[in-house]
Design a binder for this molecule. Structure first.
Ligand code: ZN
Length: 594
């Protein structure tokens, strides 16, 4: 395990600006003094994530995700804490003395690392096979297709020459048959271990960090269907959770602030030839929820580039809608050639592909063109259907200018009156306007009574050392275990540090539940956030009263259970004495409040 010194962590945190880092990943919206954003951690339709510049923390009041700058990077990039610190440090050119190999070691468990080893051996073996005399025809075929040695090396392309080659090699190396089958490299057929990808050109698939997880493979046997197969689901690979080439494209996507989405491996390679490296493939035309979530975490600008044929254009339409609904800004490559990117290079050259890739339609333009192909605009009912479909998409546009411009265009195209179209869109917008989650609703979830009193105390302890002193002198402990745990942690932190800095304190807490509790208490607006002795005094007494009430109700239960009269009397006396104690506390509260 890689460990970091707390001093280093805090130094990086101190140099970082949370708004700058979050703004690097997602667009920020300025609302008066505050910064907000559409939350990337849940299916957000309003800016629910708020960022505090003063405290250097963020919090989503719908899904509850929150923390300091490291928490954000950790959650956003799905990396470990140490990796998040390293990423933030790199952003500010701070060297924290940890290299990528140390991190790689930390990321996966032993079994997974073993699987990577098997897959890496397999990749190397298949790559080697491509260089042998026997595979010359395959290499010629690849060269013919314009796959030069750089591409073959970059994409680690290989070839499996026969039914047994890879399995035999891996078994001879001492790897277990069970593992090979689990990884879908081998299968049991006729009581023999055989290769899954025999006589196929192999393209390894890697995870986000460049570790191998599966293969997609093209057959070399003429007319054999399917031409391409992917690994089946394995402990490392689920197609719906995978974006091909994401490891290599990652940095380019960040640099370009956009990503091309294509169907398969050959498209990725075609775009690579056209010097577009911010490209990933969905390995098919279906787009899963997880893939959308992954894309959302890469960038908010997607350029759809499925094939130019009807199936490809339908995929652009279907997936564009899904991405658009997820608040991703979609543009579509204007490919009316009926070909896929690889064919375009073959038939018309790389320059022509580049020209096509740079010619993009906005989402609405694409929808208008695409739907016009399916609708006969000379037929009234088809024209009406067309207008309604297009209006639905126009309604989702945020920019009023854009909305008006496209309504005008639709009016010219269909002959329908602009005012009428606007009327329809307003109704539509109302229908699709999503129920807003009010911050107050969320805060209502805090119960009143004792729990509320405990939160009052914690909120002050998190904001003022005086409140902490008061806690030590007059309160001592909180009856709810997690709240007490947090109080102790605050005191512990204060003993070890000169200053209480909330964003650093968040790195210090290693319990997720306590971290959440801290953020909730800090964000609930109706809790006092500076030292207020009266509030603390009241809260403490409320806690005492509630504990007495609990004791009384326990005693009453006991009283009902017992049949002995003397015992009953004894309990009555106990209850009376507790009630007197409670009254004196309550008078005290009243005196204080006078
Ligand atoms: Zn959220």
């Amino acid at each position: 395990m890689v460990r970091l010194d707390e001093k280093v962590i805090n130094e990086v945190r101190n140099k970082a600006d949370i708004a700058e880092i979050i703004g690097h990943y997602i667009p920020l919206i300025k609302k008066g003094k505050n910064l907000t954003a559409v939350c990337p951690f849940h299916d957000d339709h309003n800016p629910s994530l708020s960022i505090s510049n003063d405290k250097q923390i963020y919090k989503c009041f719908v899904c509850g995700n929150g923390g300091n700058v490291f928490t954000f990077v950790q959650n956003y990039e799905k990396v470990s804490f140490v990796e998040a610190v390293k990423k933030v440090a790199e952003f500010y050119n701070i060297d924290i003395g940890i290299d990528n190999d140390d991190l790689q070691d930390d990321r996966y468990d032993e079994k997974t690392k073993h699987y990577f080893k098997v897959l890496n051996e397999a990749i190397a073996f298949l790559q080697y096979q491509l260089t042998t005399v026997n595979s010359k025809n395959v290499l010629d075929y690849l060269h013919d297709r314009g796959y030069d040695d750089d591409i073959i090396k970059t994409f680690k392309i290989g070839f499996d020459p026969d039914k047994y080659a890879l399995s035999k090699f891996l078994l001879a190396k001492g790897y277990h048959e069970g593992d090979l089958i689990k990884l879908n490299l081998s299968k049991n057929y006729d009581d023999q271990v055989q290769d899954v990808f025999s006589e196929r050109i192999t393209f390894p698939i890697f995870d986000r960090f460049g570790s191998p997880i599966a293969f997609t493979a093209r057959t070399m046997i003429k007319d054999l269907q399917p031409k391409y197969v992917n690994s089946t689901e394995t402990p490392l690979f689920t197609k719906g959770n995978t974006l091909y080439n994401v490891h290599a494209a990652f940095e380019h996507i960040r640099k370009e602030h956009s990503v091309y989405i294509v169907e398969g491996v050959t498209d990725v390679i075609a775009l690579y030839k056209a010097k577009k490296k911010n490209v990933i493939a969905t390995l098919g035309t279906a787009l899963s929820k997880q893939q959308v979530q992954m894309i959302k975490q890469l960038t908010s600008n997607v350029i759809l580039c499925y094939d130019g044929d009807i199936a490809g254009q339908n995929a652009n339409y279907k997936n564009g809608q899904i991405l658009n609904d997820a608040f991703i800004n979609v543009t579509v490559v204007n490919n009316d050639t009926n070909n896929d990117p690889d064919d375009i290079i073959k038939k018309e050259g790389v320059d022509r592909l580049n020209q096509i890739l740079d010619d993009r339609l906005t989402w609405i333009e694409f929808v208008m063109n695409h739907l016009a192909k399916d609708h006969d605009l000379n037929n009234y009912s088809q024209k009406k259907d067309y207008a309604i479909c297009v209006l639905k998409q126009i309604a989702s546009l945020k920019d009023e200018f854009d909305r008006n411009a496209f309504i005008n265009r639709l009016s010219i195209l269909t002959g329908f009156d602009v005012t009428m179209l606007k009327g329809t869109i307003n109704k539509d917008q109302r229908k699709i306007s999503i129920k807003k989650t009010r911050k107050e609703d969320y805060e209502d979830k805090i119960t009143s009574g004792r729990l509320r009193a405990e939160y009052e105390i914690l909120a002050q302890m998190l904001s003022s050392p005086d409140a902490c002193d008061y806690f030590v002198e007059s309160i001592g402990y909180l009856p709810t275990a997690s709240n007490n745990h947090l109080a102790m942690l605050i005191l512990d932190y204060l003993r070890r540090h000169e200053q209480f800095i909330i964003a650093d304190f968040i790195s210090y807490i290693d319990d997720e539940m306590l971290k959440d509790l801290t953020l909730n208490v800090l964000n609930w607006e109706h809790l006092a956030k500076s030292y207020n002795k009266e509030v603390l005094f009241d809260a403490n007494n409320k806690i005492k009263v509630s504990l007495i009430d609990e004791q009384i109700s326990e005693l009453k239960k006991k009283q009902r259970m017992t049949s002995s009269n003397s015992k009953k009397q004894e309990i009555t006396n106990e209850i009376l004495s507790l009630k007197r104690k409670r009254n004196s506390i309550q008078t005290c509260i009243m005196e204080e409040n006078k």
